[in-house]
Design a protein around this ligand. Structure first.
Ligand code: NAG
Ligand code: NAG
Ligand code: NAG
Length: 317
């Protein structure tokens, strides 16, 4: 028997999971401690998975990646926050280096912190902070309290005990999480809405991919360049969706005729893109498919991010 795996591929521009744009803001800190004299801090600010701030660690200055990255905050308030983060990074590095033995840390190690707030339905905004060592969570701050991760190590407990000794710093973190972040989030979502809520139509094309094995043909439906992220891509026969859109399923090659790939996206309204396999134009599209990916790649690099939606194969024996 001859089998025909079907693939659906998407290349997307950065954006959230939400059709109405992002709903959260997070700062990410990655601190690398190489030895007792050498450490490096990386900082960045994100709306869902769209980066809008960078951090120049040598000079201790923020990089605003979008014209609207400051939200509705005044230049004075932004300067105050940048000063605070600069002081924080210096203090954090020193504190960690001084407590390597107390926390039984061994060089080299990496500490990651993510802190921010998220808009939930009904206008509620929830703030949180998580700290990880070597990629494993060791502490979180939720709902005004420090919670050690249940990882069996005592680091989280020690850390939470320490925060009670630094009441001034704890109060600042608390204020940033519960007051500053929600106010900033609402302001920045509004300032950036023309970009965050824009609609960019997908490009879609079919190709036959690399042969997965003798007697097999790989049919790929590519979807690219759309915004925002949510998209639905299906293999159809006539008006019928091929059931069980799953990865890795196979379909006899004779059944390929009459297949079409249907793309639904918010930018298209109800005008789905429908591409027919075996249609004369799809032969031309296969040729185009060799040229187009290089263009798409260029476009994506220009936006700084290239991500794959993952692949789905469908069909049945
Ligand atoms: C610390 O690490 C840096 C970067 O790898 C290296 O250049 C430096 O010599 C190291 N210092 C010590 C004291 O090991
Ligand atoms: C947060 O804390 C308040 C009181 O401190 C409590 O009433 C509420 O249930 C808590 N919420 C969660 C999600 O833990
Ligand atoms: C920014 O917008 C938020 C939400 O609309 C508002 O609460 C806040 O007062 C505004 N101004 C500043 C400086 O945060």
């Amino acid at each position: 028997r001859v089998f025909l795996p079907l693939l659906l591929l998407g290349v997307i521009l950065p954006g959230g999971d939400n059709e109405d744009g992002p709903t959260s803001f997070h700062l990410i800190q990655i601190s690398t401690f190489v030895n007792n004299t050498w450490a490096q801090n990386q900082g960045s600010g994100w709306l869902d998975d769209l980066q809008i701030h960078g951090w120049e660690s040598d000079s201790g200055t923020a990089i605003f990646l979008k014209p609207w990255s400051k939200g509705n905050f005044s230049d004075d308030e932004v300067t105050e926050l940048v000063d605070l983060f600069r002081a924080y990074f210096i203090g954090f590095t020193r504190e960690v280096q001084d407590r390597v033995n107390e926390f039984q840390l061994e060089y080299p190690f990496v500490i990651q912190v993510t802190a921010g707030c998220e808009l939930h339905s009904g206008e509620a905004i929830e703030s949180s902070l998580r700290g990880a060592l070597g990629g494993l969570d060791f502490v979180s701050i939720q709902n005004h309290s420090c919670v050690p991760a249940p990882d069996g190590s005592s680091r989280g407990q020690k850390f939470c005990a320490l925060t009670t000794q630094y009441q001034g710093i704890s109060d600042i973190i608390e204020r940033l999480l519960s007051e500053t972040c929600p106010r900033y989030l609402l302001g920045v979502l509004d300032a950036g809405k023309a970009e965050l809520q824009r609609q960019v139509k997908p490009e879609a094309w079919l190709s036959s991919g690399p042969t997965p094995g003798p007697g097999r043909l790989l049919l790929v439906c590519h979807v690219s360049g759309f915004y925002p992220k949510p998209v639905r891509v299906m293999w159809m026969r006539g008006e019928q969706e091929q059931p069980g859109t799953q990865q890795g399923d196979l379909m006899p090659i004779g059944e390929a005729a009459g297949l079409n790939c249907r793309v639904k996206h918010s930018s298209l309204g109800d005008q789905d893109i429908i591409l027919y396999w075996g249609h004369p134009t799809s032969i031309g599209l296969i040729l185009v498919a060799i040229i187009v990916p290089s263009l798409i790649l260029l476009i994506c690099l220009a936006f700084g991010v290239l991500r794959f939606m993952g692949s789905h194969r469908i069909g049945h024996d």
